[in-house]
Design a protein. Structure first.
Length: 457
């Protein structure tokens, strides 16, 4: 049932409910959210943490860090912004309307390797996502539902190893995250383990999740989430002792040092899909026009193109070819894929969302399970059909505390992309975790931003 209304299920009507029951096959940091209209922009989402019983637990504390962009109740509603973008293109956002396709340019790029291993050196450290990192300059950028001038505080003791579970739940903003005076060691990407790699800052696109370990020092430190290309930031505080809280404009030097991206990550052997040759390959050309605000995959908007055919159990290769001048986070529902590097010599990370930068070509492999949709998790950019959130009214803006479940243990090899039943332990004890999630139909036209301004949204 993971997917988009009209694809794997009908939308949940206002005032109605729907019970989800599913087996939890893989541990990790996840978040759940709707795909109807601009409901995500109004804070209708939550964090889902699946605990790993085999985790060695080499940390003392953990903290969930949710990054978001926000306008509702402050300026225009998300619905009105989307309507103006469709009507006027980027003129609404204070930027001249322009054609963001690569029309008129040679797309063959003969002799150039634009797969994953060919691109890192070409990205500018100051603008790793290109010169057009987003469409909307939001009035607020939030960390755990709070704005920078009234930040959330995460408490620990000096010397603690803290596991940060970082989720970018934003609609139109990529973030560069850094902790002043510290380095971050990334251990997981989109829930799956990677060989630990240490850097000063971390880049997260919309929908991406990363786990990072940091050994905190004695004092008070700014956890800064810079909105890429938007001259603004969110802020939280990590406090291990008394001291003055950092200013909302804190600008730690780590933001300008080594920036970790997907190019730095390698899957651990237990989740590596292995060097199986793909049995089927699909090329997906990403393109768009900012004047008409029309975004396409293989020349079609959402629901306009023919389905990509695969067979159950096949190893499938997807080649994302970005011909636009904007970056796109690409997400495959219900599956995880492995990012492939040139020649498959180095195993890339297992993920479900990957950044495809302007003019970049990214290759991923997955094992086909049940049918699922492919999309770019950008609610402001994806054309929508009938809007199912246009009648109801939001009475409360709240993000629940992170839901926690226990997984039966990491599934290894290709089966990890498919899901299925959990394992057995001891005298036949069933370690499956059957999660039950009650979803309610909520209408999202009204409401205020007071909770997000003062506390958590």
């Amino acid at each position: 049932m993971d997917g988009v209304p009209g694809f794997t299920q009908r939308a949940i009507a206002p005032g109605a409910g729907f019970l989800y029951e599913f087996t939890v096959p893989d541990p990790g940091t996840y978040f759940f959210h709707p795909h109807a209209g601009v409901q995500l922009d109004r804070g209708l989402y939550g964090v889902l943490i699946v605990e790993d019983p085999a985790d060695p637990g080499r940390y003392d504390r953990e903290a969930v860090v949710v990054l978001d962009d926000w306008t509702d109740g402050i300026r225009e509603t998300p619905n009105r912004i989307l309507a103006r973008l469709k009507a006027n293109g980027m003129e609404h956002a204070g930027m001249p309307g322009m054609d963001h396709s690569m029309a008129g340019m040679d797309h063959d790029m003969a002799g150039m390797d634009h797969e994953m291993a060919g691109m890192p050196d070409q990205a500018k450290p100051a603008t790793p996502l290109g010169d057009d990192p987003g469409d909307i300059r939001y009035p607020l950028y939030l960390v755990n539902g709070r704005q920078a001038r009234s930040p959330a505080t995460l408490s620990a003791r000096p010397g603690d190893r803290v596991r940060l579970r970082i989720v970018n739940a934003a609609a139109d903003t990529a973030f560069r995250l850094a902790l002043g005076g510290h380095r971050l060691t990334v251990t997981h990407a989109d829930g799956y383990p990677v060989h630990p790699v240490t850097g000063d800052a971390l880049l997260l696109a919309m929908g991406e999740r990363y786990d990072a370990i940091v050994r905190v020092q004695d004092g008070v430190f700014p956890l800064v989430a810079v909105a890429e290309g938007k001259a603004a930031q969110g802020l939280a505080v990590i406090r291990t002792n008394r001291g003055t809280a950092p200013r909302a404009t804190a600008n730690p030097k780590e933001l300008r040092r080594r920036l970790l991206t997907v190019h730095d990550l390698q899957a651990t052997p237990d989740v590596d899909l292995g060097p199986v040759a793909p049995q089927r390959s699909h090329r997906l050309v990403l393109d768009g026009n900012m004047s008409t605000y029309r975004w396409t995959i293989n020349g079609h908007t959402m629901h306009g193109g023919a389905p990509l055919k695969v067979r159950l159990g096949e190893r499938v290769r997807l080649v994302f070819d970005n011909r636009s001048t904007m970056f796109h986070p690409m997400h495959l529902h219900g599956h995880t894929f492995q990012v492939r590097r040139t020649g498959d010599r180095v195993p890339g990370p297992r993920k479900d969302t990957v950044i495809v930068r302007p003019t970049e070509r990214v290759v991923v492999d997955f094992d086909a399970g049940q049918p699922r949709p492919l999309d770019a998790p950008l609610p402001q950019r994806l054309p929508r059909g009938r809007r199912d959130d246009d009648r109801a009214r939001l009475r409360a803006l709240t993000v629940p505390a992170a839901c926690r479940l226990a997984a039966p243990g990491r599934r290894t090899g290709p089966a990890a992309a498919v899901g299925g039943e959990g394992g057995q332990q001891g005298g036949g004890q069933d370690l499956r975790n059957l999660a039950r999630v009650q979803a309610a139909g909520v209408d999202l036209l009204g409401g205020t931003m007071q909770d997000a301004v003062e506390g958590g949204h």
